[in-house]
Write a protein that binds this ligand. Structure first.
Ligand code: SF4
Length: 342
């Protein structure tokens, strides 16, 4: 901990530099992503145009071949035949250039994500804030009564895949517990949306602040993400992974239904998730075996609801609705955890 004014000033200066760096990385990522999107759309348009030329060229070639087959002499100066081929060539070259630009822009995004993937220096983040200040900025941690540790919950109304599943009878989200009872109290909703705002406004800054808050408050060695809510976007997923990298002494359990985001993250970054982060993909339907989100470099565990054939069943209900000594949800050695329907 710093003791002198000089040390505190140094800490503040370095915090400021980090914030400026984080801001410019975020702006860079936003610009690059717009550029990549626009190049990809241009490439698509040119590809469509090239396909038309290719079709035209093919039909000319076919008619020339038919003429040759029929013994009709073909004039060597047949410009109608040569023109579409040269236009096709031009278009293919233009597409290659656009694809190249799109790749350059995407590489810029990857660089930003990979930079944000680096863990923090523990000597700089521990000294910055008081717990109260952190809670004012990003909301407080939750303390589910069943769990041995803290959690962090977001509004279930903001679940992207959950919003679709809620419309389907028999899905695990159709009777979502986080859209009932105390979750709907005004003060609870306000707290949930405050956390969501902090995550969405600046995921990189949020990851720094939540790292500090968890480090200060969580002494059990375990942490549960999202007792309600789910991953919001790729930046949020990157931030969750970064928090695990920052705090290797804590095991994180991340239940999710957002398998597309997991796959995209692995594709985009070529990184693997932190060793101490157990991503447990939840089944979509009650009584069913959870699907396997197969993808190279993506390893997850799974959970189900009411799937009797599962090899492991949550024992909480038979032990006073408490985890007790069980830590199965955090363990990568337990491939499926089955829960009773709420
Ligand atoms: S499986 Fe174990 S760790 Fe997971 S919720 Fe049930 S009791 Fe808790």
């Amino acid at each position: 901990m710093p003791h002198t004014i000089q040390e505190i000033q140094d800490e503040l200066r370095s915090a400021n530099t980090n914030i400026v760096d984080a801001q410019s990385a975020a702006e860079g990522a936003a610009n690059s992503s717009e550029e990549a999107y626009s190049n990809a759309s241009c490439a698509q348009e040119s590809a469509d145009e090239a396909a038309n030329y290719a079709e035209e060229a093919e039909s000319y070639i076919r008619s020339v071949l038919e003429m040759l087959d029929a013994g009709i002499e073909v004039e060597s100066s047949n410009n109608d035949f040569i023109e579409p081929l040269s236009l096709l060539n031009e278009k293919v070259t233009a597409i290659a250039a656009l694809v190249n630009d799109a790749l350059t822009a995407l590489n810029g995004i990857l660089l930003d994500i990979n930079n944000q993937h680096l863990p923090l220096d523990p000597n700089t983040f521990k000294v910055t804030h008081k717990i109260k200040d952190l809670e004012t900025r990003i909301g407080s941690l939750s303390k589910p009564s069943k769990m041995p540790c803290h959690g962090y919950s977001l509004p279930a109304q903001a679940c992207s895949r959950g919003a679709l599943l809620r419309q389907i009878e028999g899905s695990v989200c159709s009777a979502c517990y986080a859209l009932k009872n105390r979750y709907l109290f005004k003060n609870v909703q306000t707290a949930l949306y405050k956390r969501l705002d902090a995550v969405l406004q600046d995921p990189n800054e949020w990851s720094v602040l939540i790292t500090e808050l968890i480090d200060k408050k969580e002494k059990s060695g375990y942490f549960r993400w999202h007792d309600s809510g789910d991953i919001q976007n790729l930046e949020h997923l990157s931030a969750l992974n970064k928090v695990a990298l920052n705090l290797p002494h804590i095991k994180f359990w991340l239940p999710t239904r957002e398998t597309s985001l997991l796959k995209s993250w692995v594709d985009l970054t070529s990184n693997t998730f932190a060793d101490n982060l157990n991503i447990r993909v939840s089944a979509s339907m009650v009584n069913q075996k959870p699907a396997n989100p197969t993808h190279k470099n993506l390893t997850t565990t799974k959970s189900s609801v009411g799937y009797e054939q599962a090899s492991f069943h949550c024992p909480a209900l038979s032990q006073g609705n408490q985890c007790g000594t069980c830590r199965a949800c955090w363990s990568k050695q337990v491939p499926i955890v089955n829960y009773k329907l709420h």
